[in-house]
Design a binder for this molecule. Structure first.
Ligand code: SF4
Length: 594
């Protein structure tokens, strides 16, 4: 631990690197974490005083994000990906093996401060799982032999730079490419269309294309950009949501790797159209390893005059900066993401007003995801007819789907909207499928009877991913994993979500442990409905979805796990029911006051 004056000088240097701007507090805290492997109380006090932010607020930010810590971590800080597909491929067993070899309990640093072995919801590598992060760097395709070698390197104190390079290689795994991957946007070609035709014409073209946001909500992209452009304010912002936190979804990782230029071209186009001078790429912490690549692409684009004070001789200024998240799934929600970008906890804002009216710095802001910006740039260059040639009338174009789990060929697949789920599964190579989770844990669990449903907004929704479970998988363990995930990620802002996800977690744990009764199943349905209907944002509204789907479609699996409670002399059905109803009633009543 450095002495107080040395810490002060380091903290001041970190703050200066971020312009002493309180809105960059999260980035400063990330830098403090990287310097000392934790956020010491004195660093919190120094930052708070320096930026004139209450110390309690700074501490609250540290507590909110999974990758910031109020206690020291090991010099090798390891997080195993804990999503259900990683678990099915053995991530828990491998983590236990590493803990045993190193003599360290999970979640806490070893006594000598050398190593911490912990879990993270999903590192975004489900196509090359089991995966982990070590000091922010991804480790893929882990197996027992690799774990043994890692333990030896750690015991010997070998620096990460000297570990075998191939351990850190991340494959793109693009298994089916269409117009998105096949039509990268050449430097400046979308911007040239802006110069030639102007904002109104390009907005009309985007409108004709029917491009809908690929982040899940499916909101019309042209409508969003138009609303921002027509706001009366002079100061406006463009944000790319690269916080791909939905477990087992990894398509943005591939776009950021392969089509970063097309993405930045799309963001620049958006900036010119809506009249913004500043854009942000909010990159999930798990993709920190992509930072040098992305910064390199931005630097090259500045050199080419595609960013800067006079973007490609338009007389207009626009530039992009990259901000890293720190581990919070809720920051995938646009208003929570903006809060996070402003250096605070990622708490969902009350809407309206929507970000296009009052977003970053309370100014009009558009937030779109990576794929949306890439496709907007492609449409500007190739035209709306090129785009609508594929897809369905309500869902034109193609989209990317991450496919993982029990498949022979996990990876990213590009499909025209309207493609049958069954066709996508056949491409990925499946056998004896029991169920498929569509669109991540917040989406729907479907049975083989529904494989004739379509990847389309008018049917299953945007569908960023398919998680496949074969007949050997325990669907109650799957539901349990998802419910625990949501309970952990709930930001706690509103009661139905905060209480509802906790009650659902306890109930599904009871089912998994064979202690539940049919009354508990009824309570899962009732609590799920309350949570879904009364929660403030998409996280709470979708948190119970997969569990309710499981119960509706695979009820016999739940019933087979019930305890025979009539044999239990201590069991009081009326007492259990009234207890559960009391909790649910409290959630409803408290919500009325919020
Ligand atoms: Fe936070 Fe959940 Fe409420 Fe969303 S629904 S605001 S995540 S508590």
């Amino acid at each position: 631990m450095p002495d107080s004056s040395r810490m002060e000088s380091i903290v001041r240097r970190i703050a200066a690197r971020y312009g002493d701007d309180p809105r960059q507090l999260l980035q400063m805290l990330r830098a403090v974490q990287a310097t000392w492997s934790w956020i010491p109380p004195h660093a919190i006090a120094l930052l708070a005083a320096h930026l004139q932010v209450p110390p309690g607020e700074v501490r609250g930010i540290v507590e909110f994000y999974s990758f910031l810590h109020l206690a020291p971590r090991g010099r090798y800080d390891i997080y195993f990906s804990d999503n259900i597909t990683d678990r099915h491929l053995g991530s828990r067993t491998l983590a236990e093996r590493l803990c045993a070899l190193l003599g360290v309990p999970p979640g806490r640093p070893r006594g000598d401060g050398v190593v911490t072995v912990d879990f993270s919801s999903c590192t975004g590598m489900s196509d090359q799982a089991p995966a982990a992060l070590v000091n922010g760097m991804p480790l893929t395709d882990l197996d027992a032999a690799r774990i043994d070698e890692m333990a030896e390197l750690i015991q010997a104190g070998v620096a990460l730079e000297a570990w075998p390079r191939e351990w850190f290689s991340v494959r793109e795994n693009v298994r089916r490419a269409g117009s998105i991957f096949g039509t990268p946007v050449a430097d400046g070609t979308a911007i040239r269309q802006f110069r030639l035709h102007g904002a109104d014409s390009l907005l009309a073209e985007l409108d004709r294309s029917g491009l809908r946001g690929r982040g899940g909500s499916g909101f019309g992209t042209a409508r969003k950009w138009k609303s921002c452009r027509e706001s009366g304010e002079l100061e406006r912002y463009v944000i790319c949501n690269a916080d791909e936190g939905e477990p087992a979804t990894f398509k943005d990782r591939v776009l950021l790797t392969r089509l970063a230029d097309s993405l930045f071209e799309g963001m620049t186009l958006a900036g010119l159209i809506v009249g913004s001078q500043r854009g942000f790429l909010y990159l999930r912490a798990e993709y920190q390893y992509l930072l040098p690549h992305l910064e390199g692409v931005l630097a090259r684009r500045r050199q080419l005059g595609l960013l800067g004070n006079d973007v490609q001789r338009t007389g207009l200024a626009f530039d992009i900066e990259i901000c890293l998240g720190a581990g919070a799934y809720v920051c995938g929600e646009e208003s929570a993401l903006i809060e996070s970008l402003e250096g605070r906890r990622g708490q969902v804002r009350v809407r309206p007003p929507f970000p296009t009216v009052r977003g970053y710095a309370q100014k009009p802001t558009i937030v779109n995801n990576v794929q949306t910006f890439v496709q907007a740039a492609q449409i500007a260059v190739n035209g709306s007819d090129w785009f609508t040639f594929q897809g369905s009338p309500q869902s034109p174009g193609t989209t990317l789907v991450s496919i993982a789990g029990d498949v022979e060929r996990p990876g990213v697949y590009e499909y025209p909207f309207g493609t049958l789920v069954g066709d996508a599964l056949a491409d990925a190579g499946v056998r004896d499928v029991q169920a498929v989770q569509v669109g991540g844990p917040s989406g729907h669990l479907i049975s083989p009877a529904e494989f004739g449903r379509r990847i389309a907004f008018e049917d299953l929704g945007g569908v960023g991913s398919l998680m496949v479970f074969d007949a050997s998988r325990d669907l109650i363990a799957v539901a349990q994993n998802f419910v625990h995930f949501f309970q952990h990620e709930s930001c706690g802002f509103c009661t139905p979500c905060r209480v509802g996800t906790t009650v659902l977690r306890d109930l599904v744990d009871k089912v998994a442990a064979g202690r539940a009764t049919s009354a508990d199943l009824a309570e899962i349905e009732a609590t799920g409905e309350v949570t879904r209907k009364l929660s403030h944002c998409g996280l709470g509204q979708t948190a119970p979805r997969s569990l309710l789907d499981s119960l509706a479609r695979f009820r016999p699996a739940f019933e087979a796990r019930l305890a025979s409670r009539s044999d239990d002399p201590g069991f009081d059905l009326d007492a259990e029911l009234s207890d559960a109803r009391r909790i649910r009633g409290a959630a409803v009543a408290e919500n009325r006051h919020e």
